[in-house]
Design a protein around this ligand. Sequence first.
Ligand code: GTP
Ligand code: MG
Length: 293
Amino acid sequence: MKSGYVSLIGRPNVGKSTLLNRLIKEKLAIVSDKSGTTREQIKGITNIADTQYIFFDTPGIHKPKNLMGEYMTTVSLNTLEESDVILFILDGEEVISTGDLFIYENILKVNTPFVIVINKIDKMTDEDISEKIKEIDEKLKGYSEIITLSSEYLIGVHKIYDVTKKYFTNDIWFYPEDYYTDMSVNRIVIEVIREKILLNTRDEIPHSVVVEITNVKTLPNIRHYDVTIYVERTSQKGIIIGENGKLIKKIGIESRKEIENLISKKVNLRLWVKIKKNWRKDKKFIEEMGYKI
Ligand SMILES: Nc1nc2c(ncn2[C@@H]2O[C@H](COP(=O)(O)OP(=O)(O)OP(=O)(O)O)[C@@H](O)[C@H]2O)c(=O)[nH]1
Ligand SMILES: [Mg+2]
């Protein structure tokens, strides 16, 4: 028996959460085209033969603009220290930036083996891929290997299992066989609702939203959830509710369907939208929402 911890680290939007879901073969981490989708460390577990893989998805590391952003970057940097091996994920279509170099320097500090993953190769030609490898060779040193893959189209993802396993040193499993996360159902429900908001809005809305479950009641055939969606401004509240409540209704229907699948039970969701001015600078409120180191 063998097990190990693998962290997925990189800039926002490079595809870390998509890769986590592929690796554990479950939809656990939410995914969107907005940067800053993941806000906390998400643990995804999968077992192959005698090996247990514990993957950590993390918030995209970026220059923080407020306390919430600082929290997110700290969570990711802390995860580096908990890993047997680090996957440093790059978007193959983007040039290696100062943001990537900041992450790279932090990886070097922890002295843990790291593998570079070039994601989104479905959008690249063979020539693009060799150019990218050349660029990595020039700008980054000390990595164990480079893996090219497409998380979205499931090309090459399997390579991660063999490559990471080499660095595993534990000879026990930490989780039962049928376990794929330690995230609570309520936390997953919150994330599903946030994902539907992210997918249905743009501009500053995704960053300004935080979701709280205020009440849960489970009956034999149905579960009721009361949920508050906080935004920062009156105008944002109007956008989320939409004309004649159309958008909030759509968000509610999409969320409910996914939560029903998740818990295998009928669900009734009641959503309220409230304003909490500048919550991203309010430490106490951020912690109340469950974002706590
Ligand atoms: N074409 C293509 N798109 C991808 C691939 N992997 C992810 N994406 C897309 O890239 C966007 C960002 O994906 P996420 O998985 O949310 O990225 P992330 O790194 O977790 O982002 P943050 O949580 O914001 O840090 C989404 O629109 C994905 O569908 C890929 O291999 N190919
Ligand atoms: Mg993510």
